[in-house]
Design a protein around this ligand. Structure first.
Ligand SMILES: Cc1cc2nc3c(=O)[nH]c(=O)nc-3n(C[C@H](O)[C@H](O)[C@H](O)COP(=O)(O)OP(=O)(O)OC[C@H]3O[C@@H](n4cnc5c(N)ncnc54)[C@H](O)[C@@H]3O)c2cc1C
Ligand code: FES
Length: 260
């Protein structure tokens, strides 16, 4: 059940020139609504005269002990730039939680689960990895970025599983794209979960399809309302056109038209 909530910024860490990590909590210490990996929130961006609509941001992590929601924000336009300026004590109005979730394996047979994130698409992978780890799985992370400075939260990822990286300029991990990484060749993978730029996700989907690996992708289509009213997030699927904000953002690749 989605709610509109005022949350207070408890911390804003500037991770690098383009990214910040916002930590938010309730104003009255009431528990945050339950959230699941893959879900997102819609942020009302106050004090940005050019940002009329809410902006969708993935649930990066939920720290239940501290009653904190984490949002990893890449400043690419007026709305996200304003979010990265928020300070401790500022209030943010959020609609949450929205969208569906990644489907976790029904039972733990020691299967290899690979979580692939590219760019800001690494954001939902942290919470997914933490939830898998809490259920006894040993996820592996494969994170891709342009350069070393764009690889974020590596220590946090390391708490929940082994971390592999690629950078396009070779400044950290293996040089190239995530689909070139040797972990794909050396590991018997049962399922892949991915989020990132669309060309990256399409390449991962093709790889998974070729190797008969189950694969779920989290789409980041442009969104406005976030709850199925404006129809600006439509994606063509095997079952017709659907709103990514309500039917997704997570889809099994078999449902998409990418691999056919
Ligand atoms: C389900 C979902 C989850 C997301 N999770 C995150 C997240 O965790 N962290 C994060 O930083 N961003 C995330 N995004 C992307 C984020 O919503 C956009 O970057 C943001 O709306 C841009 O707003 P702006 O006002 O800063 O930029 P605008 O001025 O609106 O746009 C700046 C530029 O970014 C492009 N753009 C806008 N939205 C998107 C988009 N969805 N995908 C690609 N390009 C876009 C515009 O075409 C324009 O070129 C997510 C998007 C979706 C749909
Ligand atoms: S964002 Fe409005 S219908 Fe999906």
């Amino acid at each position: 059940m989605k709610k509109m909530l005022d949350l207070v910024v408890t911390e804003n860490q500037q991770l690098n020139r383009n990214y910040c990590l916002l930590k938010l909590s309730t104003t009255d210490n009431s528990p945050l609504p339950e959230m699941f990996p893959g879900q997102f929130v819609e942020v009302r961006v106050d004090n940005s005269p050019t940002t009329y609509l809410r902006r969708p941001i993935s649930v990066n992590f939920v720290d239940k002990d501290k009653n904190e929601l984490w949002l990893l924000v890449q400043a690419i336009g007026d709305g996200t730039r304003k979010m990265c300026e928020y300070q401790k004590g500022d209030i943010m109005n959020l609609l949450l939680p929205l969208g569906n979730t990644f489907t976790l394996p029904a039972e733990n047979n020691g299967q290899e689960l690979l979580l692939i994130g590219g760019g800001v698409g690494t954001a939902p992978m942290l919470f997914l990895g933490a939830c898998l780890k809490a259920k006894g799985y040993n996820p592996k992370f494969l994170l891709g970025a342009r350069s070393k400075d764009d690889l974020l939260q590596l220590d946090d990822f390391g708490k929940y599983g082994e971390v592999f990286c690629t950078t396009e300029d070779g400044s950290y991990g293996e040089k190239g794209y995530v689909t070139d990484h040797s972990v794909l060749k050396n590991t018997r993978i049962s399922a892949i979960y991915t989020c990132g730029p669309k060309p990256m996700m399409m390449a991962v989907a093709r790889y998974a399809n070729q190797h008969k690996i189950e694969c779920q992708v989290s789409l980041e289509n442009m969104m406005a309302c976030g709850f199925g009213v404006c129809l600006c997030c439509v994606e063509k699927t095997s079952e017709g056109n659907v709103c990514v904000c309500t039917e997704g953002p997570v889809f099994n690749i078999e449902k998409l038209t990418w691999i056919n």
